[in-house]
Design a protein around this ligand. Structure first.
Ligand SMILES: Nc1ncnc2c1ncn2[C@@H]1O[C@H](COP(=O)(O)OP(=O)(O)OP(=O)(O)O)[C@@H](O)[C@H]1O
Ligand SMILES: [Mg+2]
Length: 352
């Protein structure tokens, strides 16, 4: 009886399931706020050839995509890791387009129990993509449930409870899982090993960011010269999302205060107004350095203590603030905690 019900359900799902698109299968709650805005979507590349930088990653993915298409097989599972704003979601949007298939978006934070995964897994069509953002936030039980789904395209569903419980073995259509995480270290070994392709996204050099700024000003229909594009790039902390946000603000500033075009003077004045300094640090970055230097006498200080003093979450600091400060050698991480470097003292002196 129960058996019939579930098969009927999944059959009828099949029959009247429209060719799903990302918008149809993802609920707004699953899309991070910064990625849900219209402007962000407009600037996000849709195809691989529109992406700037990360050449080695793109080249390897292109080979895997070509080979999979050649064999008419789904692409192997892919894991992207790296700090926020470097293109993980962008890759997850671009790859299904290159494969000419559809994608479902899910977020690790929203998948609290195996049952939350079932609709996504039973919805996959042959060769389609299931994207799980923030995959490090999956609870262990959900993670374990994914193992057979990813490896054998099969899941077990338990129907009923107690003595009446029975297990139903369900075959899934072969699909591609794309996982994204800012914390690769938090993934368990078995989950990480089930991704055939693992790519780390690093910060972008200034030339790549300047190219992104130039392309996006064309999309936004706002004139900009090369010098200004480079200045915006230089103050964007190696992150495309930051470059886009700076550009959108400078566009507003230019339209309101400077007749619409962006030149070096306009770009600098606009960035000064939002307190982005010449290294690209914003208020929060400087507040971190100031806390470390003034309150903790330069450290070593634990991340939780710094977060409490700043009244923000340690996750935000670890994900969004520290990667750049570490890369610019403004802080170091030691076993006893974070420490400010002489460069940080120097920078605070000139920036304040
Ligand atoms: N290689 C690229 N070329 C051009 N633009 C890019 C590239 N990578 C990212 N971007 C731009 O940066 C924005 C942010 O990228 P994306 O949303 O993919 O970051 P993310 O790694 O998923 O970040 P998060 O960890 O916060 O989810 C995109 O909307 C896109 O416009
Ligand atoms: Mg993302």
């Amino acid at each position: 009886m129960a058996r019939e019900t579930i098969y009927q359900q999944s059959d009828s799902d099949d029959d009247d399931r429209p060719e799903s698109s990302p918008a149809e299968v993802s609920s707004p709650a699953e899309v991070p706020r910064s990625e849900a805005s219209g402007e962000d979507n407009k600037l996000r590349p849709k195809r691989m050839r529109e992406m700037v930088g990360q050449r080695d990653v793109i080249e390897r993915l292109q080979i895997a995509i070509d080979a999979a298409r050649h064999r008419s097989e789904p692409l192997g599972h892919i894991l992207f890791d790296g700090p926020p704003g470097l293109g993980k979601t962008t890759f997850a949007t671009v790859i299904p387009n290159e494969m000419e298939t559809v994608v479902q978006f899910a977020n690790g934070a929203g998948l609290k129990a195996p049952k939350d995964l079932i609709p996504y897994l039973t919805n996959v069509s042959e060769g389609s993509v299931l994207f799980i953002d923030e995959i490090h936030r999956l609870p262990r039980s959900v993670e374990e449930y994914l193992y057979t789904a990813m490896e054998d395209f099969r899941i077990d569903i338990v129907l009923g409870e107690g003595v009446n419980a029975r297990t139903l073995n369900l075959d899934l259509r072969p699909f591609t899982m794309i996982g994204a995480t800012t914390r690769a270290g938090m993934l368990s070994g078995p989950l990480r090993d089930r991704f055939q392709i693992r790519e780390h996204l690093g910060f972008y050099p200034i030339e790549d960011l300047a190219e992104i700024v130039q392309r996006n000003s064309r999309k936004l229909n706002i004139p900009i010269d090369a010098e200004s594009a480079t200045e915006i790039a230089r103050r964007s902390r190696g992150v495309p999302r930051v470059a886009n946000n700076r550009l959108l603000w400078i566009r507003d500033y230019a339209q309101s205060k400077a007749g619409g075009a962006i030149d070096l003077d306009v770009a600098q004045r606009a960035m000064d107004m939002i307190a982005v300094d010449r290294l690209g640090l914003d208020k929060q970055d400087r507040a971190y350095l100031q806390t470390l230097v003034r309150v903790f006498a330069g450290g070593p200080a634990g991340i939780e203590a710094i977060a409490h003093t700043m009244n923000c979450s340690s996750d935000t600091l670890e994900d969004e603030v520290e990667p750049f400060l570490l890369r610019y050698e403004l802080i170091v991480r030691t076993r006893r905690g974070r420490m400010a470097t002489p460069k940080a003292y120097e920078h605070l002196k000139t920036a304040s």
